[in-house]
Design a protein around this ligand. Sequence first.
Ligand code: ANZ
Ligand code: ZN
Length: 831
Amino acid sequence: MSETAARSEKASYDFREIEARWLPFWEQDGTFAADLDDNTRPRKYVCDMFPYPSGDLHMGHAEAFAIGDVPARYWRMRGFNVLHPIGWDSFGLPAENAAIKNNAHPAEWTYANIDTQAASFRRYAISADWSRRLHTSDPEYYQWTQWLFLQFYKRGLAYRKDSPVNWCPSCQTVLANEQVVDGACERCKTPVTKKSLNQWYFKITDYADRLLEDMQQLEGTWPERVLAMQRNWIGRSTGASVRFDIADDAAEVGPIEVFTTRPDTLYGVTFMVVAADAPLAEELVTEAQRAELDSYREKLKSVSEIERQSADREKTGVFLGSYALHPLTGERLPIWASDYVLADYGTGAVMGVPAHDQRDLEFALAMDLPVTVVVDTGEEHPASTGTAASGEGTAINSPRWEGLPKQEAIEKAIEVFEDEGVGRAEVNYRLRDWLISRQRFWGAPIPVVHCADCGEVPVPEDQLPVTLPTDMRGEQLAPKGKSPLAAHAEWTTVSCPECGKTATRDTDTMDTFVDSSWYYLRYLDPRNSQEVFSTERANQWLPVDQYVGGVEHAILHLLYSRFFTKVLHDMGLVNFTEPFSALLNQGQVLNGGKAMSKSLGNGVDLGEQLDKYGVDAVRLTMVFASPPEDDVDWADVSPSGSAKFLSRAWRLAQDVTSAPGADPTAGAQPLRAVTHRTIADAEALLEDRKYNVVVARLMELVNAARKEIDSGAGPADPAVREAAETTAQLLSLVAPYTAEDMWALLGHEPSVANSTWPQVEQSLLVEDTVTAVVQVKGKLRDKLEVPADISAEELQQRALALPKIQRYITEGGGVRKVIVREPRLVNVVTG
Ligand code: ANZ
Ligand code: ZN
């Protein structure tokens, strides 16, 4: 049936009617379901970072998903077999807190929110394949999260250890370093304390080097700042480790190993410092000094990690009473304990080189320790200026590498260490192992059983999933310093998989970052109950061609996903080593220059915007506002302007009177040139992800077509049809409802999303040119043909390159000034 016939001729643009017409069509048609077994077309995988079901969709989702839909729809029209799935990251604390408050089970809140978001997503008309929808809190999903844990465990990549952890006294849970912001819990803002707990870790440090090196694959397709953040987080330092024996009065302890990036400063060591909260401090302290150390350590407990690391903090410490021996001179060096040395970096001990390290200098000045200069940097004596001499220079007072410049001195020092057997070259990383256990309910239970006889026993794979109990609710989920699961005797009590005796389940659940480290693989095979995913499909479809999401995930989520992919690669499950070939970080949606927030009262409700302006106008506004990477300030944009443009575009389709298939070559050539120039430019702009410019160009095309209808050849001109069809196709990338309706009005079968991208006619692309004149000192000297839209820089460059003009310049004594009036005039002032 032709849609055109069914409608009155004078109908006006009504987004509600259009939305109601097409949403059911796409759903019934299954327009966006991917056929993964179709090997006839090249593949593209577009993945949006999946949402957390915190409530309904918000403006940030609206922006991210509008942006991610552009390449997905574009590639589809270009003939690719496009996979564009959707799912939910549905484990996590908020569900649990809501359950406690409302005397419910976390699943109730979670799945209710997912339903709400799913309805909004459908209305928002993302070209998503709903048949592969997944939720990380479904047992069908977390069974495989647990299975992956077991594989990590088998490979020695999952282990337990006691360690001081960040503890939020209010959430009653462990926090990863990155969940501690300014010394407080990221979620509830309570100051974080330290607590020693037995915790599960993933050994991501084994992959530190590969995580760094493989970034070469991402150069140019990931934002440079994200790569820089990853690099910093991994924090590779090269240097040496050096061994210091303990002086004879305490010979049964030690030696102390230190990591240093400046082995060339060894002769400048005047003291040693160990982390006050490390076991080493306790080993090294003499009886006489023990009480002092204890009281220092007590005070330290209330100091946050951030404070400890802040550079301008006053240095404090305790002399431990013992001495180390300088490995080359044998000199006795006092050993101190201080909080500026971190227990979990390097070896937790440093050699104090106050002349060349600022922190050591401050410590030496505070404790009245000697400052020995061993690199001549030309700077004044650090003890008198308070500033360490950290610049380049040559070694002095350093018998074994006297006179060598810094880099050579470093190399020589390492050689000497190796010869003397006191040290060696070493690489150190800031990256720590990934603490994955949480003492919370709403996560994937760690599939391990603890048996009095057998110890730690992994749950056999055929007993997965270890499901969460469904009969806990409300107060039963409240944090009590250990996992709420520990209180469920029936759940925790099991027979040991190895010996059959009564044993207990591990009651910790996994960090939700574990769930999100592999979901992009599960999308290929979300209902597979036999394996985690199909290797064959994964190798066909991944790496993801375009990953889209917020820069707040620039470090952890991406690092963990990269780590998972490498482990899966090593297990032989995938043949690639990076999960995401290209990454796009969309900007934030602001209102009045600030992030939207409840406390500022500047929030904008997405639902209201959609009701008022329509889905397409909101989507178009998001994409048109700025390049995708930049922020969008909702106070500065005009969704009503977008709605007007959409109605203008739509009217084109309504006005066209030529029949489908009419030959455009008979139509108005200038309009055809605009149409084809728009298509050609759009292709380049889309590859370049300048989606906002595509919209701007589309607006020009609509204007040109309107002009042709109103004051040119009129609505029967087949060139007008061509322009309107092109508009519908390009517009479908951002405003799918309007575009689909236009497509139907133009007499085509739906869906425009599956239409073939228009072919550019090269012959129509010849540029408009103009003649520019070049003057030297006001006299006409030469002319040249240039594109009408040439830039001032380009015009100047071309003019100055003319041989004639160069001659006049040389004769005139060189260029003094150039005046450019693009595209028609360049005047060179010489002398
Ligand atoms: C002596 C020295 C002399 C150092 C000098 C620097 C300059 P990055 O680059 O961050 O890896 N260090 C080592 N372990 C530490 C710890 N647990 N807590 C605090 N500081 C520690 O830093 C390595 C440098 O940081 C090491 O090199 C050590 O100080 C210090 F002119 O050793 B250096
Ligand atoms: Zn046992």
